[in-house]
Design a protein around this ligand. Structure first.
Ligand code: NAD
Length: 368
């Protein structure tokens, strides 16, 4: 029976990389039925919202989706569709592996990190009060009264909620992931020296959860030190678990270390439900040019195949991406040493390699 997968092409470069991804996944022979739904800037006129209700309905029904990037229109009052999908479906874990691929030029070699980012809380909760509004004035007064601290007049105010529940489930997710994927160490990243109650709670819970996993090493790092450590000694680290904002920033840093956003896959996972997407955004300046690298979404597709239990097909896709990149002949502008090929041409080269490969090859697994 076919796997029913919700497919959201997105906007900007989304439709191009989505087409490239389906080309490759279909070459595996795994029976996939795409349930195509529209979301993003381009559907606002048609539906009055960038996230029409049928999108969430479809994902709730199929339990698995893969999406192209979706831009967040600035100044329209619409909040990010990507954040809304994660929040509405309670996809609390954002999994972002960063692994060096042979053939990609980078000052960093042999990177093998997994970033586990909390997806539902923190400064991403969207609780903000705009400067000059009665709500901001009221929030300011209340905050000053409750905290005894002064807040400058005319301030905008944002709230950073971190719960014990949210911290516990993301740290547990990181440890379970480490255990299931043969990883040795989990590092909790925070700024608890300054944010004693919010990051402090996250760290306290992380220490408690670590006690339940004596087989996995645990340590913590302050986020600014973590950035420096990653530049100097990335090989010391394995699985990193972070609250939402630090996770977003550190995962882009890790993506940069393995050669950029064009090759960095990701997944948003909840209990029995998952949405796969590349880390990169909709890069509107490249939209419609058949130019950008499709590897990130193709590798996200491999993570999805593994999530569906199709481990051999997932390994073949990863091996094919690695092989095409290492060969360097059919790669996009961001990786090309000579003449680049287009998005779809790179995807077709990968798809052909998937078909040629006698399963299973010996890939560098990008776990999910
Ligand atoms: P971006 O990731 O879209 O692009 C930044 C730059 O990275 C591009 O200009 C390009 O040089 C490079 N890049 C990105 N994807 C690439 C690829 N596949 N191949 C080669 N190079 C690639 O980031 P941005 O410009 O900050 O954001 C553009 C829009 O995307 C914004 O509206 C933002 O809100 C949205 N966004 C969406 C998601 C998502 O859908 N999950 C994630 C991040 C940003």
């Amino acid at each position: 029976m076919a796997y029913r997968v919700t497919l959201i092409p997105g906007d900007g470069i989304g439709p191009e990389v989505t087409r490239a991804m389906t080309t490759v996944l279909e070459a595996t022979g795994v029976d996939l039925e795409w349930i195509r739904v529209e979301a993003g800037v381009e559907v606002i006129e048609k539906y009055g919202t960038p996230l029409p209700p049928q999108v969430l309905e479809s994902i709730r029904e199929t339990r698995v989706a893969i999406k192209g990037p979706i831009g967040t229109p600035v100044g329209t009052g619409f909040r990010s569709v990507n954040v809304a999908i994660r929040k509405e479906l309670d996809l609390y874990a954002n999994l972002r592996p960063a692994k060096s691929l042979p053939g990609i030029k980078s000052p960093f070699q042999d990177i093998d990190l997994v970033v586990v980012r909390e997806n539902t809380e923190d400064l991403y909760a969207g609780i903000e009060f705009e400067r000059g509004t009665p709500e901001a004035a009221h929030a300011r007064e209340e905050m000053m009264r409750l905290s005894g601290k002064f807040i400058r007049e005319g301030s905008a105010i944002g709230i950073k909620p971190i719960s014990e529940f949210g911290s516990r489930r993301i740290v547990k997710f990181a440890f379970e992931y480490a255990r299931q994927n043969g990883r040795k160490k989990v590092t909790a990243v925070h700024k608890a020296n300054i944010m004693k109650f919010t990051d402090g709670l996250f760290l306290q819970v992380a220490r408690e959860v670590a006690q339940e996993y004596p087989d996995i090493e645990f340590e913590d790092r302050i986020v600014d030190n973590m950035c420096m450590q990653l530049m100097q000694k990335p090989q010391l680290y394995d699985v990193l678990v972070l609250t939402n904002l630090y996770g977003d920033i550190i995962s882009d840093l890790c993506a940069g270390m393995i050669g950029g956003l064009g090759v960095a896959p990701g997944a948003n996972i909840g209990d029995g439900i998952a949405v796969f997407e590349a880390i990169h955004g909709s890069a509107p300046k490249y939209a419609g040019q058949n130019k950008v690298n499709p590897s990130a979404l193709i590798l996200s597709g491999a993570m999805m195949l593994r999530y569906l239990g199709e481990r051999e097909a997932a390994a073949r896709v990863e091996a094919a991406v690695q092989s095409v990149i290492a060969e360097g002949k059919y790669v996009t502008y961001d990786l090309a040493q000579g003449e680049p090929v287009g998005t779809q041409e790179m995807a077709e080269a990968i798809a052909a390699r998937v078909q040629e490969m006698a399963p299973p090859q010996d890939p560098i697994p990008i776990e999910s």
